[in-house]
Design a protein around this ligand. Structure first.
Ligand SMILES: N[C@@H](CCC(=O)N[C@@H](CS)C(=O)NCC(=O)O)C(=O)O
Length: 221
């Protein structure tokens, strides 16, 4: 099976697919596009004009990060989803919640002013608190010892919180010791560590400077 992942370097949703591919040791090619000036072929294969898109054997395409990850999981050995249907469905629901939290951070990154930045930050903090309450295993991962697609769906958020100086006991994870440990365990996994371009901190910082001078200053980049 030939797999090509259409990517944008700083996209957290693409990163979910990369983590899954890395963890499952599935070979794939990456094609980076510039979302501010996408090539014409991209409009033909991406119904929503969004990345990630996974091209399979040159002739089939799949979009939406959660769906891509589930597909990759299902066509490769070893399941990264709980066996129990209810727990599996709950994991999917929390993965949606992770997407909403990613969008809160995105609101901060693109904030035109202090109000927008602070609003995103408050919403994100609220979601981290909710996750702290929802985390009902002994860890290190959401379901316990077995890492899952849900973990992979939130790892890109933890990656950015870490890079943007929002982690640690004095920042976003103030009252969230379980989320803090969860993030630390995930960020240590090779599949996560090697899921971005090598100069990701610089690429992210340059992107933020261009999109929001306010956020660039607020993050002390
Ligand atoms: N629900 C989508 C969200 C993907 C998404 O928002 N990707 C962003 C980049 S991080 C994008 O392609 N944005 C382009 C646009 O909205 O025009 C998924 O999980 O794949």
């Amino acid at each position: 099976m030939k797999l090509e992942l259409i990517s944008f370097k700083i996209c957290p949703f693409v990163q979910r697919s990369v983590i899954t591919l890395n963890y499952k040791e599935v070979p794939f090619e990456t094609t980076y596009i510039d979302l501010s000036n996408p090539p014409s072929w991209f409009g033909e294969i991406s119904p929503l004009g969004k990345v990630p898109v996974l091209r399979i054997d040159d002739n089939e395409v799949l979009f939406e990060s959660a769906i891509i990850c589930e597909y990759l999981d299902e066509v490769t050995p070893g399941s990264l989803q709980p066996n129990d249907p209810l727990r599996r469905a709950q994991n999917r629901a929390w993965a949606e919640f992770a997407s909403a939290a990613i969008m809160d951070l995105s609101a901060m990154i693109h904030a035109p002013d202090a109000d927008a930045f602070n609003g995103g930050q408050q919403r994100l903090k609220g979601k981290l608190n909710t996750l702290e309450e929802a985390f009902d295993s002994e860890g290190p991962y959401f379901n316990g010892e077995q890492v899952s697609l849900l973990d992979f769906s939130i790892a890109p958020l933890f990656n950015r919180i870490d890079l943007l100086g929002l982690s640690g006991p004095l920042a976003m994870a103030e009252d969230c010791p379980k989320v803090d440990d969860w993030a630390e365990s995930l960020l240590q996994l090779d599949a996560v560590r090697y899921s971005t371009v090598t100069d990701f901190p610089e690429v992210l910082s340059t992107y933020i400077e261009k999109k929001s001078p306010y956020a660039f200053k607020a993050f002390s980049l």
